[in-house]
Design a binder for this molecule. Sequence first.
Ligand code: A3P
Length: 971
Amino acid sequence: RLFSARQLCACRRCLTRSPRTWLAACVLLVLCVHYLLLLPRPLLTANSDAARQRLAGSAGPAGSRDGSSQRGSEGGGGNSDSGTPPRHPRLQFACRRSDAPEWPVDLGPLPAGQLKLRSDAKILLLVDNENGPVIRQLINLLEHMRLSYKTAPTWKPLPHLTSSDRGRFGAILMDSLSAYLNMDRWNRGLLDRYCRDYAVGQVAAMLASGGGGSGGVRRRRQQQRRRRQQQKLYRNGRLGDLPVWASPVSIGDLINSSSSGSANIGIHVSRLSPVTRLTKSGILAELPLPGDTGAGHWMTFNTSHEGYGYVAWFKSSNKANGDSGGDRLATVLSDSGRYDGIARVIFGYDFSPWLHAALLADALAWTSRGRFAQSLDRFVQVDIDDVFVGPSGLRMLPNDVDALVATQRRWRSRFGLSGFTFQLGFSGRYFGRGNPAENAGDARLLTLRRHFLWFPHMYKHNKPHTYASAEALEAVMLKNKDWAIENDLPISPGYAVSPHHSGVYPVHEPLYAAWRSVWSINVTSTEEYPHLRPARRRRGFVYNGVRVLPRETCGIYTHTVRLADYPRGQQRLRQLVLGGELFHTVLLHPICVFMTHMPNYANDRLAYYVFDGLFNFLTCHTNIRLRWADPQRLATLYFNSAHREERQAPLWLSPCADPRHREIWAGPKDLCARLPSLLIVGPQKTGSTALHTFLSLHPQLLPSIKHPRTFEEVQFFTDPNYAKGLLHYYSYFNYTREFTVNFTADPGARPIYFEKSANYFDQARVPGRVKALLPSARIVAILMDPAQRAYSWYQHQLAHGDPAATNYSFYQVITSDDAAPREVRQLRHRCLRPGRYANILKRWFRQYRPRSVYLVDGDQLRNSPAQAVHRLQRWLGLKPQVDYTQLLLYNKRKGFYCYRPVLSDLTVERRPRCLGKGKGRRYPAIDEASLAYLRTYYRHDNAQLYKLLRRHSYKPPGWLLALQNGGKPVA
Ligand code: A3P
């Protein structure tokens, strides 16, 4: 095909005329043969396949649509390797090195801290503009990096920076350097001293103007405050007391900075800066110009102090701009702490450009001396789901299959993804269900099966949550297994994926059981936990021996087959890869499991467009080392480094709140109507059983079914019950109380399920768990004098024959120290801890607004329960309002109030019943010495509680008012 007929004739004429031409022709022939022999194997295979494909295409009507004539003959980026122009779209971008001369930097070592004290791996996020974009970006990036943080406003007193001998924060991050420089003198002094003592660094953004949006009065005031700060700061251009001068960048400078002449900003990254780690040093990063709103916010810095170094800079077109740095205008500046003992990195813009996101990770690592440094290794797994499932017209052809093999090879050698292997998900039923060309593609996949790892789906791509039993699911799995054995597929050991995430989360027990028995599955992945969005918050969990990895999104789905048809424009996909969400994912997550689909490797082969683009971009701009590991190793790596919670059962979220979860929820459909909306959380020994019993008398309130061992307590949200799952919890409420009379005329009055578990109150993880499952529940806690509560618990244990209580007096127990026997320390802990109400309530208030939390005065509940319960039923808005004075009667013999049970016809039994003998025991009053000790022990906590209740407009209980009043009762 290289020569036309005329040229060949001319050549023959030449050959007959001259022997020299003969010689030249022979040399040419040898060269051609040599060239063909040196061609890479896959290309030859692909070409020959393409030829076969064309034949197949012309054989039948379906062949006319096949891609062989439209598609390239090799895998995506593979085109460029052979020198032939690519037919599939390829993601192009400029990968440039900076040619700017570098100033030698000798920043010296970072300050070691005065006292060599230790600090925690938490970040203090100082917020100037809580609604501004910078703080949102910072929080997003911290969530991506899975770093824990605490936010605090710059204009308020700082939170406690230390606890006993440890610093609480390992880094200080700020959305506004100007707010820090203008901080109240005392606060600033405190913060700086903390940073010096604990060798904690600061990372801050400095925008030329606030960058806040418009809004209400409060926001306007904040903006005015910020403007005043800026004006103060720019009086002479110097950044407060730091030896740095700052000036905003003109839009002209931004445009001129790009060497490529494109409408980009060109930023040079220093070759010598010690800050760069993830970010490749010496690159010239091309960033898109900010929109109208962002253009005026870029800031540059200038300094001649030897402790400062340029991390990134513009090349200014205006020579007059740079006094000490020539024509360089620093946009990211590092301060080694030589000036004032604090290491800093200052950013002259926000964190929306990818470069700043990467440099932020580097800045945190540098200022913390590696404490917040992530490994440079990034493990990438690419699954191709449903390799045989897809409508005819969109399926893979033989050359697409060859391209898969070629791509694997190329990624291994070019990107260091040693051993990289695609994982193919199969449903045997759909094999060979396309047109003849596509069926040849399926056949080719089986021929080349050993190049891949295969993971099972259901035989017919069935959704597991539609199967009620493990046996039924096992049947469809076994069919697929037989098919796999028949076709001798190399199965990825212990790894499977469920169609549509069905049954993985929310968990469907039969799926886990069937997976285990048929395939011995112990690793899977999903993007549904805890929710699909936001993707950066996805996490893993372990359930019934199966490690569930979080799956990442790469922007292409089953229906995305052509770049030109990409939803909302192809530019979106480009941005996603070149510095957008997908770039962030790999930049900041050490382990990434991606799910793609078969059509992404046929048609336009968008998968190569995305991954080749991504890997090239990462390799060009970062020092990230791309790695591959099989799912088993990946799961081990992930869960070894994951937070403790991820190594346990998942957080049970209400499947009713998320439409995607609702769709794949296999459990009872009335789950959400039956889950309790009222929880009595304790603490123990405050009268929680009495309150539970009295509320149960109300016809609108339905308590949980009794447990044989824990009686009225469900204790679901505490371990080990929590791992039993939602159906276990639901079983406590799966009943309906029948009334023979209609107790309410109000049609809106629905029954309210409720439960009481007094050990919920003080367990740290319970408020979060309750909130996750019952977001709109109402919480009731009972507060009584913590000293009396502690004593009551001691008496409870004594009555149960606890050796610690029988062998040691109450005073000995509560005053015991760490040298005491274990059981004594444990009893001490159980006596004292639940009474630290302020700290514990704060945890609940973090999850629920105070208006959803009701506090009962324990003394009132004991001495005038009708009044206490009446108030509570008013708060709950119950219908009808029951007259509790008729139901609760004082019993002299018991010394407590007893109750008259309400029957199903709403009549009341005449004989009152009292609570069991374990409630309202008789024992001597607490001794003076113990009481005095406990008064001192709880003094601070009680004062905190008083403040907390006042702050949230609660009326403090009588005993607390009396204590605050020096022990005198308050009217
Ligand atoms: P004591 O047995 O030490 O007196 P809980 O149910 O949370 O475990 O609390 C038990 C405590 O409830 C009892 O502790 C008792 O003081 C108190 N209580 C309040 N009202 C009661 C009632 N009507 N009957 C029995 N105990 C009551």
